[in-house]
Design a protein around this ligand. Sequence first.
Ligand SMILES: NC(=O)c1ccc[n+]([C@@H]2O[C@H](COP(=O)([O-])OP(=O)(O)OC[C@H]3O[C@@H](n4cnc5c(N)ncnc54)[C@H](OP(=O)(O)O)[C@@H]3O)[C@@H](O)[C@H]2O)c1
Length: 332
Amino acid sequence: MSASPEPSPRVLVIGAGAVGQVYGRHAQLGGGAVTFFVRAKYAADLAGGVDMYPLNRSRSQRTVPVRFEGFAVVSTAAEVAARRWDLVIITVSSPALRGPWLAELVAAVGDATIVALQPGRDDRDTILAAGASADRLVSGMITLISYSAPLPDETRFPRPGMAYWFPPLTPAPFSGPDTRVAAVVALFRRGKLPAKRDRDVPRAVAFPSAVMMAYLVALENAGWSFRRLVRETIQQGAQGAREALAVIGHREGRVPLGIRLVARPRILRMGLWFARRAIPLPLETYLAYHFTKVGDQTREFVAGYIARGREAGLPVDALVRLTAALPPGPAH
Ligand SMILES: NC(=O)c1ccc[n+]([C@@H]2O[C@H](COP(=O)([O-])OP(=O)(O)OC[C@H]3O[C@@H](n4cnc5c(N)ncnc54)[C@H](OP(=O)(O)O)[C@@H]3O)[C@@H](O)[C@H]2O)c1
């Protein structure tokens, strides 16, 4: 008699937005039985399946939709508690983590591995405070770009769908308890989502996030225009990035050299020049669209750097000036 095949891991993906759909699709491709937990208003539309545009394909293939279906959809903690889970992937933004729903959900998923993709160490603390134990919590960093296509002025797709791109040589890192991290990395590798183990993802994320958040505020203050960023706000963004890095370095230790370099305007200008040519999507429009959508998250991160910097007696003047020029963010 042949050995019975490995059972499919039962995967619950929390949130079916740009990131949730991609992790869900690749968990399914890796052999997972995928269920989405979504707000009730999205359940019916999602249940029939979605079109997706993986952009890591040849130019002619990129605009051909692939159908993602064959998953279940639930929208209450009671439905979650009624089933058993091996893996739970939380894909909502940092501010969306807060609220009683998280503790209800954590209580409902039994002893499943919980993967947190939110960028901050504070986010990890929020999930622990909601009842997840550290011995089953895996931290992951999102390295992909995904968005609800088409973006304004994007005419290449035949119909709406989720477009996404994995940057080369940048596998998504995961850290946490060994056997749980190994299972997560193996699932995603089987499903062709580039993934690797890392020692400490919250630390690895903290530095690039600090630089990115300061530059994002500078870009928002430049009306989401690269041209205006380079002409008007890049210096202030770079100064803010250095301040935010010092705040993170105070807690996490030495700032990696590569990250310090990006906090120099000349290096960012070169990076932008290269990125616009190498990334197969309209980068400027994507940044405007995505970071308007998660504008509350950016504001929260920068406010956190300012508060922690003040506590530690570090300079935060550039960060304060950057945020003072921002329009208010969306309420969550
Ligand atoms: N997209 C990217 O390229 C990218 C890249 C790197 C990092 N990230 C990060 O990944 C996170 C998610 O981004 P995203 O682009 O996937 O955002 P998104 O498209 O807005 O998806 C998040 C989804 O989660 C849902 N949600 C929020 N709270 C929920 C709850 N309590 N229960 C169930 N669903 C809930 C949201 O619903 P509502 O809209 O109704 O609130 C939304 O559908 C953010 O932190 C973002 O910065 C994204």
